[in-house]
Design a binder for this molecule. Structure first.
Ligand code: SF4
Length: 358
């Protein structure tokens, strides 16, 4: 049985843990000792922290816990990808994904139980939002995957692209990013941390000013409001122009290129006119456009365009000075990890306290 999430060490920053040590009558250096055990050496319990006094280990165990989550089933899928079902203290279950592409090993983490965004192609959003994940619940997903690496493997990247919209759980996502980035935490550089959003405009603007300079990936999928709102209902609230303005601000403040994900759907957003319209929309933004042909989705009668049409689409973007990359389905982060686009690949039925992957 887990204690409440508030008592988990993985929820805490260095200064918060130092304050806890002080309140327990211990020197503040105990905090760094504990964090080193958790983030460097993979300790899962206080009695494994052999340089802490036994009495302090026992008192910590009475007041706190190291982990508030546990790993259930790990499923191997194609191309070295592994899916982790992670059990939460309240009985809910979330999914994390470990992606391997050459030397790049990416932990893809969920940020919410369920999701309120209701993107048309996503099964994760179907039951709606249950709750936000805590900071520790996000951080622990990375720790679980780190512990599971093969000998000689190193975790190189973290992507906030699992179940849930990261910027709708802003505070916990930013806190967890700081822990993942910190030298006393997981030590992953900001250039190797990516937040993938369907376009929470306020969140993008706030993130620009956090001083974090992480990578930002925006699921765009259309260049006009009517088409985008059909695919991503959040667009009805935000509007595409506001979203692109927020992306411009993110680049201006952080100096980091923004990535736009664009799924090509024949007859919906993949014509020459769509490419011209997209080029006009993104004119002057320092960005990469990741183009991905949709997998067939029977429910919506969506089909990918022909290879020739995909190349024409990208050529038009490049003619306008934009950088477009055709993502192969094999290694695509979107296809492998996020709730985005996976409806067509596997049926996922999510229910309270149950999670079925068929
Ligand atoms: S694609 Fe992502 S943001 Fe959209 S409903 Fe699915 S989990 Fe939520």
């Amino acid at each position: 049985m887990y204690k409440t999430e508030i008592q988990s060490i993985t929820n805490m920053s260095l200064s918060e843990l130092e304050a806890l040590c002080t309140s327990m009558g211990e020197p503040i250096y105990r905090a760094k000792q504990m964090l080193s055990w958790i983030y460097d050496k993979g300790a899962a319990a206080f009695d494994q922290m052999s340089n802490l006094p036994k009495n302090f280990q026992r008192r910590c165990a009475e007041q706190c816990q190291v982990f508030q989550t546990s790993v259930g089933t790990i499923t191997q899928t194609a191309y070295g990808t592994e899916k982790f079902l992670v059990h939460l203290h309240d009985g809910n279950v979330i999914e994390s994904v470990l992606l391997r592409e050459g030397k790049r090993v990416t932990a893809c983490v969920s940020t919410q139980v369920g999701c309120a965004m209701a993107c048309r192609f996503c099964a994760s959003g179907l039951p709606g939002l249950e709750r936000n994940l805590t900071t520790g619940e996000i951080v622990e997903q990375v720790l679980h995957m780190k512990k599971h690496l093969l000998p000689g493997e190193r975790l190189t990247n973290v992507v906030f692209m699992g179940i849930g919209e990261p910027l709708a759980n802003y505070d916990n996502v930013v806190r967890s990013m700081r822990i993942i980035n910190a030298g006393w935490g997981l030590g992953i550089g900001v250039r190797h941390i990516t937040v993938s959003t369907v376009g929470v405009v306020d969140g993008i603007r706030r993130l620009a000013h956090e001083g974090l300079k992480v990578n930002l990936a925006i699921s765009l999928h259309a260049s006009d409001d009517v088409t985008r709102s059909k695919i991503l209902p959040i667009n009805k609230k935000t509007g595409i122009k506001n979203l692109v303005a927020a992306a411009r601000e993110y680049f201006k403040v952080t100096g980091r290129d923004v990535s736009f994900e664009y799924v090509l759907i024949d007859g919906v957003n993949a014509s020459k006119q769509d490419a011209e319209s997209l080029a006009r929309l993104l004119k002057g933004i320092q960005c990469n456009i990741n183009v991905l042909p949709v997998n067939p989705v029977e429910e919506f009668n969506w089909r990918p365009p022909s290879q020739g049409a995909i190349e024409i689409f990208c050529n038009i973007l490049e003619k306008h000075g934009l950088v477009a990359t055709i993502r192969k389905k094999k290694g695509s982060h979107i296809n492998a990890a996020c709730g985005q686009l996976r409806l067509q690949r596997e049926k996922i039925l999510w229910k309270k306290e149950r999670y079925f992957v068929k």
